[in-house]
Design a protein around this ligand. Structure first.
Ligand code: GLA
Length: 761
């Protein structure tokens, strides 16, 4: 990467700077910061500098320890002579701010405002800067910015989480103008990164129903913009996922190269764009999307944008993933430090066709397999003509389907408890069917446009409820509350959401506020989740949205995990989980063993293969155990015992992606415990052709060179020596040798797979 230093030009800014600082000093709060500020994490630095009245981001990358060095080397001007088009790296780039000496108005701002008087430009000047108190290991910098011509304010936050090398950033926007302002854009972050490189490439996840987590990567050429977005409104992670990795310089590998990465914690519509300008500077804007209009913001009502979690590594994509995972476990997930139970979910084993006997039989089954929780999926609720026996009715009526389950939910929860199992339940609170008591009584609680026929989704009758309306949220809170209190010891809720905004209108919002639905829906959702969380902090939530449609860190603030995909085919899951793992940790990635032929792809794979794939995430089942043969049950029982032993390493360890399924006829990944004493290696065959590449020794990573590891193959179908997948099975080998020479493995037929447990002795 090439960085241009400042040279003499910067000096021209310093004199006015010193004067401005003196004026500023009086307005600073309790813990004011200097004109230069280094926000530090373990291996990275984000360096800030005040230049004139603008706060600049002068470095984001590898750690720098002296602010004098950051100041001396800061890049915030182009010295090559041609400064046309040059954009100063303001910490928050705003439409219309002229950035001191830049000779063009900034048209790429992440904040675009139409002020009360109709003026469309905004200028933000530094008012104050301070740090706020946080627990040890977190530094929180706040920059107060104001438009000199308007009572219009932005508070910009940077919260550095030291251990994981993640910096969270977001803004709070407020004003006291005489009338509402319109926010055409209201990004959480809008940076011009002080990184000039000759190459950039952008990695993101794409996909659709049953194929989430597909890795896409493209070069960002000079002058080009790449835009990722979602305008689902609900399924924030279908199409694109709100996360990215940008290689700064040559395309990073798993183990080398500079990467700036981010994940936007938002479950609604969003947009993230990458712009490489003519001078090779990189801009990244990320925030909620305002749909086809502007957000109307009233005076005195601050708007807080979602967090963007940023991380950086000079050691490739693998480290970036580990940073996100660590941050997720330490600070972002509802509870990222507790081991997740092995559960059985009723969906693929029963769909809508069950009665109490079916469910208690499934409980017997999961207990026999060694599982720890039973979850009743869709089909347990709504009454009479709306009883939920298919997907055409009942959503919105969160009362027991008495015809199906006359003994009630408490009975089921107690039956689970009697078997030593925790109990969980499926809901889809954001949605209703027009065929429900709820919509019959409150037709205006549904997102709809006055003049258009109501478009309906799944089952021909599904609609999205208007969560901007507090009455709707209160009703849903009460219904959920009543349901939860009726189930003794409820431990888990699968929170589904199977539609997009099909009708983009709210009867609650005024005519001139209709575009607010894009943002306020998600604010309403978080309000509802927050109230439930406050009352039931221990209930474990799964974010589901037709599968991985809610694989986002906004929802995960309230949840422990997401349903990775409705596609449970082990072979396709290898690709899906590979992609999802770029940003989301294994403890949050629900992976279920299901029956064959697979219900989505109709592929038949061996039970061992299905286990080996699911065991690299949060293992569960979605089948009826009564359909398993005694041999299958015996294999599963042993696998569950093994999983429980390796679970702390998989769920709470560090992920290393070893061999990509996208480029090879087999794939491999491994997890290493934080203390490096234990590791688990997974290898999966994908295609078997005679000319297929034969697995080379797996290039292990993350082990301690000075430790000696006993390698044990687990999940074997039998103990016959011929079925071993490595000639070092049972042997002790040094970490140094495994790192240098790799783990020798062999794979036989298509869908052959192996799992190795490494324990330091
Ligand atoms: C969605 C979910 C599935 C299942 C069904 C129930 O499709 O992704 O896992 O819960 O809804 O209707």
């Amino acid at each position: 990467m090439q960085r241009l230093s400042l040279g003499a030009l910067i000096m021209r800014y310093l004199t006015p700077l010193l004067l401005a600082a003196a004026a500023l000093a009086s307005s600073l709060s309790a813990a004011p910061v200097e004109r230069e500020f280094l926000l530090q994490t373990r291996h990275t630095t984000m360096a800030f500098q005040q230049s004139g009245k603008t706060w600049l981001l002068v470095h984001y990358g590898a750690r720098v320890d002296q602010s004098a060095d950051a100041k001396a080397l800061a890049w915030h001007s182009f010295t090559g002579g041609n400064t046309f088009g040059y954009r100063k790296p303001a910490t928050y780039s705003v439409f219309g701010s002229d950035n001191d000496r830049a000779n063009t108005m900034n048209k790429y701002g992440g904040l675009a405002v139409i002020h009360a008087d109709g003026v469309t430009s905004t200028e933000l000047q530094a008012v104050a800067a301070r740090t706020v108190d946080e627990p040890a290991g977190i530094t929180h910098l706040v920059l107060e910015l104001k438009d000199p011509a308007y009572p219009f304010f932005v508070t910009q936050h940077f919260r550095a989480v030291e251990a994981s090398d993640v910096i969270e950033t977001w803004v709070e926007i407020r004003h006291d103008e005489p009338a509402p302002v319109k926010l055409v854009r209201m990004d959480s972050a809008a940076f011009v990164f002080p990184a000039l490189a000759r190459e950039f490439s952008v990695l993101s996840l794409t996909g659709q129903w049953a194929s989430e987590g597909q890795v896409a990567e493209a070069a960002l050429a000079q002058g080009q913009t790449i835009v990722l977005n979602s305008r689902s409104g609900v399924r924030s992670a279908f199409g694109n996922n709100a996360s990215f990795m940008v290689s700064v310089g040559p395309r990073a590998s798993e183990t080398s190269g500079e990467v700036i990465a981010g994940a936007l914690a938002w479950s609604g519509a969003w947009e993230i764009s990458f712009y490489r300008d003519q001078l090779n500077a990189l801009s990244i804007n990320a925030g909620p999307d305002t749909g086809n209009g502007a957000y109307t913001l009233d005076a005195g009502h601050p708007l807080v944008t979602p967090k963007l979690a940023l991380t950086y590594s000079a050691a490739g994509k693998g480290q970036v993933s580990r940073n996100f995972h660590r941050w997720a476990r330490d600070v972002q997930l509802r509870d990222g430090r507790t081991l997740r139970p092995v559960l059985l979910n009723s969906w693929e084993g029963a769909y809508f066709k069950f009665n109490e006997q079916t469910l208690t039989d499934m409980m017997d089954g999961v207990r026999q397999l060694g599982g720890e929780m039973f979850v009743v999926d869709d089909g347990w609720f709504a009454r009479g003509k709306y009883a939920r026996d298919d997907d055409k009715r009942g959503l919105g009526d969160w009362v027991l389907n008495e015809a199906k389950l006359p003994k009630g939910l408490a009975y089921l929860a107690n039956e689970a408890k009697a078997r030593g199992l925790q109990f969980g339940i499926w809901v889809e609170p954001e949605m209703a069917n027009t065929t429900s008591e709820l919509v019959e009584q409150h037709p205006d609680w549904v997102l709809r446009e006055k003049t258009r026929a109501l478009r309906q989704g799944r089952g021909g009758t599904q609609v999205v409820l208007d969560l901007t309306n507090p009455a709707v949220r209160d009703n849903l809170f009460q219904q959920m509350d009543a349901m939860i209190t009726s189930i003794p010891g409820l431990a888990y809720i699968k929170w589904d959401a199977n539609a997009d905004f099909m009708n983009v209108g709210s009867t609650y919002l005024a005519a001139d506020r209709q575009p607010n639905v894009w943002f306020d829906y998600t604010v309403g959702l978080y309000d509802l989740l927050g109230r439930l969380h406050a009352k039931y902090p221990k209930i474990n939530l799964q974010a589901c949205s037709s599968g991985g449609g809610r694989m986002d860190y906004g929802f995960l603030r309230y949840a422990d995990e997401f349903w990775t995909s409705d596609d449970t085919d082990a072979r396709q899951r290898i690709f899906l989980q590979w992609g999802a793992g770029h940003f989301y940790p294994a403890c949050a990635m629900a992976a279920h063993v299901t029956a064959v032929p697979n219900h989505q792809t109709h592929r038949t794979t061996p039970l061992k293969y299905r286990f080996d794939v699911a065991m690299s995430g949060r293992l569960g089942f979605e089948l009826h155990p009564k359909n398993m043969t005694p041999e299958e049950i015996a294999f599963a029982q042993k696998a569950v015992v093994d999983y429980k032993r390796i679970r702390p390493v998989v769920q709470l360890g560090d992920l290393y992606r070893l061999v990509s399924p996208w480029e090879n006829s087999y794939a491999s990944l491994m997890y290493v415990s934080e203390d490096q004493k234990r590791a688990v290696v997974f290898v999966y065959g994908l295609n078997r052709l005679i000319q297929s590449d034969y697995p080379a020794p797996l290039p292990l990573q993350g082990l301690a060179a000075d430790k000696h590891y006993r390698v044990t193959e687990i999940n074997r179908e039998n103990n016959d020596a011929k079925s071993e997948h490595s000639r070092v099975n049972g042997k002790q080998v040094s970490g140094a040798a495994l790192l240098a020479m790799g783990l020798p493995v062999k794979l036989g037929a298509e869908y052959d797979s192996a799992v190795f447990e490494l324990v330091a002795e």
